[in-house]
Write a protein that binds this ligand. Sequence first.
Ligand SMILES: Nc1ncnc2c1ncn2[C@@H]1O[C@H](COP(=O)(O)OP(=O)(O)OP(=O)(O)O)[C@@H](O)[C@H]1O
Ligand SMILES: [Mg+2]
Length: 255
Amino acid sequence: MTGAAPLISLKGVTKRFGSLTVLHDIDIEIEAGSVVVLIGPSGSGKSTLIRCINGLVRPDEGALTVAGRAVDIHDEGAWQRLRTEIGMVFQDYALFPHLSVLRNMTLAPQRRRKLSRTEAEHEARKLLARVGLAHKAEDYPSALSGGQQQRIAIVRALAMAPMAILFDEPTSALDPETISGVLDVMRDLAREGTTMIVVTHEMGFAREVADRVVFMAEGRIVEQGPPGEFFANPRQERTRAFLANIRSFGEPAHA
Ligand SMILES: Nc1ncnc2c1ncn2[C@@H]1O[C@H](COP(=O)(O)OP(=O)(O)OP(=O)(O)O)[C@@H](O)[C@H]1O
Ligand SMILES: [Mg+2]
């Protein structure tokens, strides 16, 4: 992939909330088909950073390029387009509670991708089957377990045929037994070449699936590298302190 233009590129991205600067001049590039895992302490800006990639948060300064197209950060239309092109999976699933699983999955594809209802339902049922949930199509989210809801949230994102998917702590709200089912789905996506940016505390997943681990602290990227190197030889003291801390809390670091 050397020499290829990155799929997503952020340059000099700064975000302030009032007088608080939460992202300082962030530069990051995401290659097509790569999996980038973003880690860092609470409040370091991980959610804010990934939200800047699909316009849920608007940066104050900086440049964003997606698939070779410069996104004008002051143009509402550009952000709207980006929202349909880049999927997002949240910690709390964010399914529409008043809509069936099938409707959750067909709504945006019909409205945004202009698929017919029949096409959208056909695709949705295929995606549900893929995550073992075809039999839940007519159910409402409240009738499903957290792990099932999260798998549906993932295929709902996929139903938009996104160019990349952002995950914000997708397994943090789940019972330990249901985490692996969700990670399996994510691992499959990675294997198929889906471009993914994943905020997670699952260090086992990071080790196994990530092409690159990015460590943030206080709104800055402190260090990044391939997982083997990153976990074995963190160069920065701040990174070492963070890794030591999560290991001592029993995270599955598989060191
Ligand atoms: N909408 C907002 N208004 C004001 N401050 C905000 C807003 N969103 C985030 N912040 C602040 O920005 C900083 C970074 O928050 P962010 O949610 O990006 O951190 P995070 O790394 O995702 O943390 P966590 O691991 O707890 O999810 C924090 O200080 C937070 O309080
Ligand atoms: Mg967060």
